[in-house]
Design a protein around this ligand. Structure first.
Ligand code: URA
Length: 238
């Protein structure tokens, strides 16, 4: 059980500064259980709290854990330069509560991207020590050969990397697609590994992180959802 004043609740959920949130409440824009609340200083139980702002329903969340089916042509960096940032896909409240991508996908890579405002969660998920397998489907320019799969499994030497990097698993899907599972998250890793093995990646999609599968989330490209406890429990090394 934890109680917070309504202005602090709204601020914590990304509705703006405390002053702004106080004004929202005073203007009658905030309701709880169908009742307009005009006093922002009253303390409210946050567990299971549902409220509406400008008629839109929200659930109080101490932290948010989001899965996005990232479309191409969006950047994961906070200061996006050539393409819009992935945060522009989400409601503006998430930007204000400092939601960030967990790791990075290239601007032209599509698929499963986790986002959160929980610092320790982000740190743990992106730490190389966590050995979180990530599954990618790469479309290749040249046909997929047994030699390509063998090289990726054995390890390929990348410029600037002291030791060869190997896929955890790798399998041919069809003539021009492979599924590759990596535990590291080096810069452009899949594309550079394919290039080092003599092929070229023309499209890349992340389909799974840990045991969390994008296809099971039912998200079209550009759609996102909150992850519940059961889905978060899938985010662990298999
Ligand atoms: N490997 C890449 O080359 N790009 C990504 O976006 C992710 C993994």
């Amino acid at each position: 059980m934890s109680k917070l004043t309504l202005d602090r609740i709204l601020q914590s959920q990304g509705f703006g500064t405390r002053k702004w949130c106080t004004e929202l409440v005073a203007d009658g824009e905030v309701s709880i259980a169908g009742k307009v609340i005009r006093d922002s200083r009253i303390a409210i139980e946050t567990d299971d709290l549902e409220f509406t702002v400008f008629g839109e329903s929200w659930t109080y969340r101490a932290h948010v854990y989001i899965a996005l089916n990232k479309p191409a042509n969006f950047e994961c960096s906070r200061k996006a330069s050539h393409h819009p940032g992935v945060l522009t896909i989400l409601p503006e409240q998430f930007n204000r509560r400092d939601v960030q991508p967990v790791g990075r996908l290239d601007h032209d890579t599509t698929g499963l991207l986790l986002m959160s405002d929980d610092g320790p969660f982000i740190h743990k998920q992106s730490s190389p020590r966590h050995h979180m397998p990530k599954v990618y489907v790469a479309t290749t320019h040249e046909p997929v050969t047994p030699d390509l799969v063998a090289q990726l499994l054995a390890g390929v030497k990348l410029h600037d990397e002291p030791a060869p990097l190997a896929a955890v698993t790798c399998r041919k899907i069809d003539s021009h697609r492979i599924e590759i599972v990596l535990e590291q998250g080096k810069y452009h890793q899949v594309k550079r590994m394919l290039a080092a093995a003599g092929n070229h990646c023309v499209a890349l999609r992340r389909s799974q992180i840990g045991m969390l599968k994008l296809d099971e989330l039912g998200l079209a490209e550009g759609e996102w959802c909150y992850l519940d406890a059961a889905q978060l429990a899938l985010l662990k090394p298999g």
